[in-house]
Design a protein around this ligand. Structure first.
Ligand code: ADP
Ligand code: MG
Ligand code: MG
Length: 248
């Protein structure tokens, strides 16, 4: 499970996260919602180990391991999937090679044999068919010229291939249309089970119509001001963020 305890962080010397505590048990899907600028993406970047984010207090552990002490690659090897690590465009890097390299480094870490190009293609094709992804997306450069929906499908394909224990998805893209939301939701729902958990970060309630979370946490000014069941998202949809912002 993911355990975040009193986590604080700064960006450029500015305090953005101000003591966040949160536990996501195995098998559960939690959502983090909050107004723009509340620190949602910062939280996901801190958990990913992105440069420029300084942890000033608290801890984050994943199945007892100190997440914040691990290299970003080590976090992936431990079973963490961070969606936004991958949406970058990599011209000249074939999507198939990229995905196979990512998968093999995780398989190696799990003590499983690496897949050669043919074996990988077989697995990837099966997953892609399930996602209605055209096969030529394997031949293209990573995300190069992909539409928003194709990038989302690619992200979900990565998740389906890597089979993470915990996925952290920052659905930060305000341009996400309903189709793209459904792609993400179907991908997450397909992984649901006792060995999979997710932290779904979103500004929008509508994503949670498709991914029904076990718990919802509301982040305001770098603090969790409210936690509850799926009804919390529905209340926010009705009342907006004004009421929780006043409480912060
Ligand atoms: P959210 O994802 O909830 O919209 P962010 O985590 O992106 O919020 O941003 C939280 C706050 O941190 C905002 O006030 C934003 O301006 C600030 N911030 C984010 N990144 C940087 C940065 N690189 N330098 C300075 N301030 C930043
Ligand atoms: Mg934002
Ligand atoms: Mg954001």
């Amino acid at each position: 499970m993911l355990k975040i305890d009193n986590l604080s962080a700064t960006v450029d010397g500015k305090a953005i996260l101000n003591g966040i505590s949160l536990e996501v048990p195995n098998g559960e899907i939690h959502a983090i919602m909050g107004p723009n600028g509340s620190g949602k993406s910062t939280l996901s970047y801190v958990l990913a180990g992105r440069d420029g984010y300084e942890v000033t207090g608290g801890s984050a552990t994943f199945n007892g391991q100190d997440l914040l002490a691990m290299e970003p690659e080590g976090r992936a090897a431990a079973g963490l999937f961070l969606a936004f690590q991958y949406p970058v465009e990599l011209p000249g890097v074939g999507n198939a090679n990229f995905l196979r390299t990512a998968l093999n480094s995780i398989r190696k870490n799990r003590g499983e044999p690496e897949l050669d190009a043919m074996q990988f293609l077989k697995v990837a094709r099966a997953r892609m068919a399930a996602l209605s992804m055209p096969e030529d997306m394997l031949k293209r450069g990573v995300n190069v010229g992909f539409s928003g929906g194709e990038k989302k499908r690619n992200e979900v394909l990565q998740m389906a291939l890597l089979q993470p224990k915990l996925a952290i998805l920052d659905e930060t893209d305000s341009g996400l249309d309903i189709d793209a939301l459904k792609i993400v939701a179907d991908g997450v729902n397909a992984q649901r089970g006792e060995n999979f958990s997710a932290l779904v970060i979103t500004h929008y309630q509508r994503l949670l119509d498709y991914i029904v979370p076990d718990r919802v946490h509301v982040l305001v000014k770098g603090r969790i001001v409210k936690s509850g069941g799926p009804e919390v998202a529905l209340e926010l949809e009705k009342d907006g963020y004004a009421s929780v912002q006043e409480a912060a």
